[in-house]
Design a protein around this ligand. Sequence first.
Ligand code: NAG
Ligand code: NAG
Ligand code: NAG
Ligand code: NAG
Ligand code: NAG
Ligand code: NAG
Ligand code: NAG
Length: 547
Amino acid sequence: MMFASTGILSLLLSTVLAAPAALVDRDSPSYVPLDAECPSESLVRAASGLSTKEEAYRVSRKAVADEALKSWLVETNSEFRTDELPTVALSSSGGGYRAMLSGAGVIQGLDARDSNVSTSGLFQAITYHSALSGGAWLLTSFAGNNYPTISSLAYNLWGLAIQDSLLDPQALGALIDYLTIADEIALKQSAGFDTTLIDVYGRLLGYQLYEEADGGAGVTLSSITGFSNFTSHAVPYPIITALGAKVWLGQCSPGPNATTYEFSPFEFGSWDSDVSAFTPTKYLGTSMKGGNPVSSCTTNYDNIGYIAGTSSDIFAGELCTQLSDPNSELVTGMEQILVKVHEISTSDQYATYRNPFYEYQSSTQVPNPANDIGDQESLSLVDGGVALQNNPIFPLLQPARKVDVLIVNDNSADTSYNWPNGSEILTTYVQSFNHNLTRMPYIPPVDTFIAEGLNTRATFFGCNESSKITIVYLPNADFTFASNVSTTQLSYSEAEQAAMIANGVQIVTQGGKAGWGTCLGCAVMMKTGQTLPDDCTSCFAEYCYYQ
Ligand SMILES: *[C@@H]1O[C@H](CO)[C@@H](O)[C@H](O)[C@H]1NC(C)=O
Ligand SMILES: *[C@@H]1O[C@H](CO)[C@@H](O)[C@H](O)[C@H]1NC(C)=O
Ligand SMILES: *[C@@H]1O[C@H](CO)[C@@H](O)[C@H](O)[C@H]1NC(C)=O
Ligand SMILES: *[C@@H]1O[C@H](CO)[C@@H](O)[C@H](O)[C@H]1NC(C)=O
Ligand SMILES: *[C@@H]1O[C@H](CO)[C@@H](O)[C@H](O)[C@H]1NC(C)=O
Ligand SMILES: *[C@@H]1O[C@H](CO)[C@@H](O)[C@H](O)[C@H]1NC(C)=O
Ligand SMILES: *[C@@H]1O[C@H](CO)[C@@H](O)[C@H](O)[C@H]1NC(C)=O
C-alpha cells in the first residue's frame, strides 16, 4: 500500500462524478493532443551522440555556467585557479513530497537568487539537472514555471496546494475541476489515444506544480525550449527519467535491468542498447512505423504533468494483481475519475506512449529477440525509481554530455526509518556495467555506508579515479528537521513544507560547517589538473571515500 486513506474525498467524488461531464473550454490551452503537420527532419535517430539541438544548448549553457562557476570559486577561496572549468550536474532523487521539498531546499541553497550561504551561486554553474519521481515533480515545477526561485514557488503555489491531498488541493478550488479533468481525458481518448490512471494523476499533479489556473493543461515539456530562461541558457538542461515495463513478457514492474528512458525538452528515448534511439519530444504521440510517421503527426502529447506523472508512477507494481488498492484513497479517487472515460483494466496502471521506435532498428541498437521493444506498438512506462535506482544518474554518465562532477541529492527511504542507506546509488553503480556506462566511480557496499556514516553526510566518490566522474553525494539527513517523512504522506502543512525546505538548505551546506564551501570547490576542481588551494588536502582527507 503506497498511499493512506485521508478523508471523505472518495465519497465526495462519487457524488460529483455522478453528474454528466461538462465540456472543457476549447479556447483555453487544452490537454488534448493535436493533429499537426510533420516536420521535414526525421522523427527518429540513432543514439550515437547528442542531438544537434542539445549539443548547441550544452555548449551555450556551459559558457554561461563557466562564468558563474568562476565567480563562485573566487568568492569561495581566492586560491582557486579558473583557467579550466569542469561541467557540473545535479541529480534530484525520487521519494514523493519528501524528495520534492528536500530537493527544493538543496536548489535554494545553491541558487544565488534565493540564498546567501556558502553554496549560493553554484546552481548558476550547473549545466545538467536530472530528476525522477518526486524529484521530477520538483524539476517540472521549477522548469515548467520558467524557473522562479524556490521561495516564490513555495510561497505562491506549493504552500496551499500541498497542504491538502493530491485529490483536493486548495488550488483546485471548485469540485467542477474533477469534471474538467474527466472531460479532458475523454477528449484525449476520443481523439484516438489510450488514456490511463496516469492521465488523471498527471492532471491532478498539475494543479500542485504549475502556476496556470488550469493546472498546466496546455504546458508541454517541449514548450520549455521557448521559455526565456531556456533561450538565454540561464538554466541547466533538464532531464527526467522513467523505466519501461516489458508487459508483453508478463512483466508487471520493471526489474534491475529495465530500459531507462529519458525525457528532455528536445528529445525522448533511451541510450540502452535495446532501444538506442531518440525522437523529438514535441512529436510524442505520433503513430510511427519503421522510423516514419504513419500519417500526420501529433503534438501536445508531452503534457508536462503527464510526464511528471509517468516518472512518478509508483502504482504499477501495486496494481499488478488487483485493479484497485482498497487502502489507497488516491487510487480509488483516480479510478472514479477515469471510469467516467472508460472501463478500468490492469493496463491503466501504466503511462502509455505510442512507441516511436515501432519496427525501427537504429544503427546503434543491439536487438534482443527475447524482448524486442521494436515489436511493440506502445510503451508502458513507470516510475524511474522502482528498480532501486532512485537517483537519475545514467543520463549524466553519457560521455557526450561531458559531465565531470555530479551532485547527487539522495532522498530515498531505504531504511525502516525512511533514510537513505546507499543501496540506490550502489545499484546504479552495479547496473552501470550492464548498461555499458563506464564513467561511474566506485560505490562501496551498504554495510560500509552505514558503518562509516556515508549515508548521513557529504561524501566525494571517485576521488582517485581519473577516468570517472566525481560524485558529491548529499544524502537526506536531519540537520534542523526530521526530514525522513514517509513517502506515503501526501499532504504537508505550510510550516512542515518550510521546515523541509530549510533542512534541504542545510543538507547542501552541511549544516553551515566551516570550510565546506572550499571543500565543495575542491571536489569540483579536483580533476582539472590545476593547482588547488592548500585546504583541499584536508578536504579530501575528510570527504573522499577511497576503496
Ligand atoms: C551575505 O552574507 C554575508 C555575511 O553574512 C554578507 O557580508 C553579505 O553582504 C551577504 N550578501 C548578500 C548578497 O546579501
Ligand atoms: C528566469 O527569468 C526570470 C524573468 O526574466 C528571472 O527573473 C529569473 O531570475 C530567471 N531565472 C533564472 C534561473 O535565471
Ligand atoms: C538498505 O536499503 C535497501 C533498499 O531499500 C533495503 O532493502 C535494505 O534492507 C536496507 N538495509 C539496511 C541495513 O538498512
Ligand atoms: C525518523 O528518524 C528517526 C531516527 O532517525 C526515527 O526515530 C523516526 O521514527 C523516523 N520517522 C519516520 C517517519 O520514519
Ligand atoms: C542484466 O543484464 C546483464 C547483461 O545483459 C546480465 O548479465 C544480468 O544477468 C542481468 N541481470 C538481471 C538481474 O537480469
Ligand atoms: C554493451 O555492449 C556490448 C558490446 O557492444 C553489447 O553486446 C551489449 O548488448 C551492450 N549492453 C547494453 C545493455 O547496452
Ligand atoms: C584509490 O586509492 C585506494 C586507497 O589508497 C587504492 O586502493 C585504489 O586502488 C585507488 N584506486 C585507483 C583507481 O587509483
